[in-house]
Design a protein around this ligand. Structure first.
Ligand SMILES: Cc1cc2nc3c(=O)[nH]c(=O)nc-3n(C[C@H](O)[C@H](O)[C@H](O)COP(=O)(O)OP(=O)(O)OC[C@H]3O[C@@H](n4cnc5c(N)ncnc54)[C@H](O)[C@@H]3O)c2cc1C
Length: 374
């Protein structure tokens, strides 16, 4: 592999053996001074770098801290950025205690917590445990060193983690182990239809207001599509659902399913089942039946996948059928020694199999494994 250990990329140049620290690391980390120049600190070799500050990454950090490991979480966006980018008015289908991590209670006056309550909750968790999180620092590559290179620094395994922050500053961090907890919400399943990149097309739904008095085609038949359709319909948009299945999915929230089915039955929301979208044009979409539907807005809510290419580049074997990474179920270690997967990262195509309520326990298993090796 040939890792350049003696040189870390700093801003515009290369400096021997040092790297730069100008990101805010929440709790225990350094707070940047506004307008301050690049600041250099000695490169530290962490026990573990955790990539992604979603629920599973934070749960891993709490467990790592509990076992006395030197850890750092790197997050490309804001804290729990996946949840932050959920539809603004989203209500979880999970009861609050199943979203909890670190034994901190999530309180809500409602039966199910809202997105806003979950955001407040995870901020509180990070503050309570004073977790070390570097926000707005995206990991671009994870590179495993050879056994000889690791042995040079007295480690069994060694990784270089290449990052870029929101201002374009790149850096290289080093760790004995790495946990990928990057979720799947960043990578939508693409339809690969012409027009998918047009400006009125999105794979993410945020809120209904912009669709008032607009004709909106929503592709998908699961929860996200059903909820977006109902909200947009009630905000004065004209919705048509296009779904390749013959009916709405069974996994739709129990309070949403009868609502969407009845709106379709009464005709206030139009639906084309057993139908596929084959082209998106600036003012209409085309279905495989040849039917065209006028549309000022198009929402492609057809699911998301963990980034298999990123994992492949890091050396992880990916099952070509399921797109799931190869990992040991008892340790969550992949086929690359020292490289672990947690939360939505393990799901492959089956994103419906990993939720916060089960993914939050992966970190404890990993931290225990690492602590046993130290
Ligand atoms: C609309 C919607 C509703 C849902 N509702 C529920 C529910 O009610 N109950 C439930 O249990 N589950 C629910 N889920 C599933 C749940 O959100 C996921 O299972 C959970 O978020 C997975 O947690 P995670 O920490 O693995 O991933 P995420 O929460 O996705 O966190 C991954 C983090 O990694 C960061 N990241 C990604 N790539 C990089 C990179 N290269 N460098 C640095 N950081 C990176 C992301 O920005 C993100 O913050 C829902 C999912 C969706 C999409």
């Amino acid at each position: 592999m040939g890792i350049a250990r003696s040189r870390a990329l700093v801003g515009e140049g290369w400096l021997p053996g040092i790297t730069v620290n100008r990101n805010q690391e929440v709790g225990g980390g350094q707070v940047p001074t506004p307008g301050s120049r690049l600041e250099s600190v000695s490169m530290s070799l962490r026990d573990v770098i955790i990539i992604g500050a979603g629920p599973s990454g934070l749960a891993t950090a709490i467990a790592a801290k509990h076992f006395g490991l030197d850890y750092l979480v790197l997050e490309k966006g804001s804290l729990v950025d996946g949840i932050a980018r959920f539809p603004i008015n989203m209500v979880f289908f999970t009861t609050p205690e199943l979203l909890e991590i670190g034994g901190i209670p999530l309180t809500t006056p409602y039966e199910k917590p809202t997105r806003a309550e979950a955001l407040r909750y995870y901020r509180k968790v990070v503050d309570t445990f004073q977790l070390q999180v570097s926000l707005f620092e995206e990991v671009t590559e994870v590179e495993a060193a050879t056994a000889d290179e690791a042995a040079e620094v007295g480690a069994a395994t060694l990784f270089q983690v290449h990052t870029r922050n929101a201002r374009g500053v790149t850096r290289v961090r080093e760790a004995r182990n790495v946990v990928l907890s990057m979720g799947y919400y960043g990578a939508p399943v693409m339809l690969d239809s012409p027009g998918e990149d047009l400006p009125h097309v999105s794979h993410f739904y945020r809120e209904a207001h912009p669709y008032y008095r607009q004709r909106v085609v929503i592709v998908g038949g699961k929860n996200s599509a059903a909820e977006a359709a109902l909200e947009i319909h009630r905000a004065g948009g004209h919705v048509t659902i296009v779904h390749r299945g013959q009916a709405f999915g069974d996994s739709i929230k129990y309070w949403v399913k009868p609502d969407i089915e009845n709106r379709v039955k009464e005709g206030s929301i139009a639906a084309h089942f057993n139908a596929q979208l084959v082209e998106i044009r600036p003012t209409e979409v085309v279905l495989d039946s040849g039917v065209t539907l006028p549309a000022e807005g198009v929402l492609l809510l057809t699911g998301y996948r963990a980034d298999a290419d990123f994992m492949r580049r890091a050396g992880i074997d990916i099952n070509p059928e399921t797109l799931a990474p190869a990992y040991h179920p008892e340790t969550h270690e992949t086929n690359v020694p020292g490289l672990f997967v947690a939360g939505g990262q393990v799901a492959g195509k089956k994103t419906g199999s990993v939720f916060i309520e089960n993914g939050r326990f992966h970190g404890e298993v990993i931290a225990k494994t690492l602590a046993g090796r130290m």
